[in-house]
Design a protein around this ligand. Structure first.
Ligand code: PBG
Ligand code: ZN
Length: 325
């Protein structure tokens, strides 16, 4: 009988380590977020997210070609309209920027999975994810029909999956009912079930031009301190008809991913959000960290925590790094 266990036996070479590795990243794990802006001939850099751009539809192929050739199976699409109003009409306009972009992409890249983010904050003059009354309160139930109309118009434009990110109560049930009534009973709902009111979304709000004009999102997004409540949010979304779930953000919420993985047998997606991306990019630009190793380690941690797929701005670069290895 040996006196102690020699764990190091299985770490002697890269070949041996690779042979016993429990989790491995692949390009097929990734979902790449895409920002489409109204107008023509635009490729606008997002200053807080190096490497991320807003594209107009006539130039979006430049980016989608890269996604497809990197072997990434899916994109998450966000539209930035040229006009915002108090009813978020751009969100459910049949010829809105997002709908037209989806039509274009599905026509040109039929095998790419197009996930449409369903929310109102890019389209409302207030920058909030729901309707707002004259006291500045968010009107939950009044928002549901608009989210439903948005999801339907995305499905009609050809979206393969709709992903409500608004955090209104009852949105999944409302959207499911609306999609079914409109003949889209086979369009899956990917619910942002556990979405926390996070400071990590800062850079995204530059990219999507969706920062709230007053107040914050704390009355609808979750309190970062609450893990048990996240399980209730997920259970409810699944009861209402969600087919898949998102945990968001990822890095500071890997315990939520793990717990959800143990409890719910549905596809689980971690959203590696804009602020997480910006921190790595900033530190790497300063020469303080090894960008490639840190990025792959971070994404591997999300898989280890139980994520089946990862929404990440690192997707294209990470897919290339994985090919090099
Ligand atoms: C819109 C939405 C947000 C993100 C995805 N969809 C921002 C927010 O809720 O304020 C954040 C994504 C990121 O930070 O990368 N509801
Ligand atoms: Zn929103």
């Amino acid at each position: 009988m040996e006196k102690f266990r020699r764990f190091r036996r299985l770490r002697t070479s890269e070949a041996m380590r690779s042979f016993v590795r429990e989790n491995e990243l692949h390009a097929s794990d990734f979902i790449y977020p895409v920002f489409v802006v109204a107008g023509r001939d635009k490729k606008i850099p997002v200053s807080s997210m190096p490497g991320v751009f807003q594209y107009s539809i006539d130039r979006i192929d430049e980016e989608i070609d890269e996604v497809a050739s990197a072997g990434i199976p899916a994109i998450l699409i966000f539209g930035i309209p040229d006009h915002k109003d108090d009813k978020a009409t751009g969100a459910y306009d049949e010829h809105g920027v997002t709908q037209e972009a989806i039509r274009h992409i599905k026509d040109k890249y039929p095998d790419l999975i197009v996930i449409a983010d369903v929310c109102l904050c890019e389209y409302t003059s207030t920058g909030h994810c729901g309707m707002v009354d004259d006291k500045g309160h968010i009107l939950n139930d009044e928002t549901l029909p608009l989210l439903t109309a948005t999801a339907e118009s995305m499905a009609r434009a050809g979206a393969d999956i709709v992903a409500p990110s608004d955090m209104m109560d009852g949105r999944v049930a409302a959207i499911r009912e609306g999609l079914d009534a409109a003949g889209f009973e086979l369009t899956p709902i990917l619910a942002y079930s556990a979405k926390f009111a996070s400071a990590y979304y800062g850079p995204f709000r530059d990219a999507a031009e969706s920062a709230p004009k007053f107040g914050d999102r704390k009355t609808y997004q979750m309190d970062p301190a609450n893990g048990r409540e996240a399980m209730r949010e997920i259970a409810d979304d699944l009861d209402e008809g969600a087919d898949m779930i998102i945990i968001k953000p990822a890095m500071a919420y890997l315990d939520i991913c793990k717990e959800a993985r143990l409890r719910f047998n549905v596809p689980l997606i971690a959203y590696n959000v804009s602020g997480e991306y910006a921190m790595i990019k900033a530190a790497a630009a300063n020469g303080w960290i090894d960008e490639k190793r840190i990025t792959l380690e971070t994404l591997t941690g999300m898989k280890r925590a139980g994520a089946d797929r990862i929404i990440t701005y690192h997707a294209i670069e990470a897919a290339h790094w994985l090919q090099e290895k």
